[in-house]
Structure formats: structure tokens, C-alpha cells
Design a protein. Sequence first.
Length: 149
Amino acid sequence: MFTINFKGKPNPKNKKQVKLEMIFFRTNYPRAIKVLNILALYKDWDQTAQCFKAKDPDFLEKNEYLLELKNKYHKVALEWERTEYNWTPVQLSRYFETQKAQKSEVKVLNVSQMIDLLIETFLIRIHKAKIWKGFFIILLFRYQWRFHS
């Protein structure tokens, strides 16, 4: 069994604004908390209904965003429950952060990219290096061997 709830607290920097937290709970596991970046007044937040009151002019947009966010995490948790994956609330709270990080990282470099990476690494170590008819790499290895052996 799991739950995903929202809790609003006064922002420590500005007591009139609300600091929203998304709380992930699963039985026999510690809770995980994710802080949301939503600007609103604390008096417009309804703690029992876990949504914004109609006093706020943008309350529909904010409530829709909260509902979409909750449904997004709820779908992942239901899929994990269906497949009997042993997950923790911390994994669920970081699920979409790790998805973004995995998309941006390159797993395999081709030969030219690797050579470029090595040259950049060596250029950082040797500020003034001379390139003469392709002997650049040999000079770098001699430099490394002389000073680090």
C-alpha cells in the first residue's frame, strides 16, 4: 500500500507564501519528501483538501498541475506494484529526475570523440604544447612518464 500526498507549510523565508511538499509513503518504508516550486499564498492553500482555494486567481492551473504530477507518480507506483517490483518511496520520488539524467548522458563514444576527449584532457595538463607533424601524443606520454613515475 502506498500514498502520495501534498502538504503545505509556511515558507521560512516569507511566512505569507506556501512551501509545498509532496510526500511519498509506502508501508514499512520511511517517507520521502519532494519540495515543489509553486508560488502561492499560504492562506490560499487548503490543507485538508490538498489543493488551492478558489480565492487564488490561478488556482485552476495550480490544482491541475498538482493533479497531473500526482497521477504521473501514481502510474509509476501502480506499474511497480503490478510487476511486484520491490521499490522504496525515495526511488519513486527520484524516478523522473533519473530519467532526465539518463537521456542526456552518452553511453558509447566513437573513436574520434574519444581522441578529442583525450586531447582536451592532455591540453589541460600541458598548457603550452607544440604540435609538429603528429608527434604531439608521443610528447605527452613522455611528459606523463617523466613526472609521474
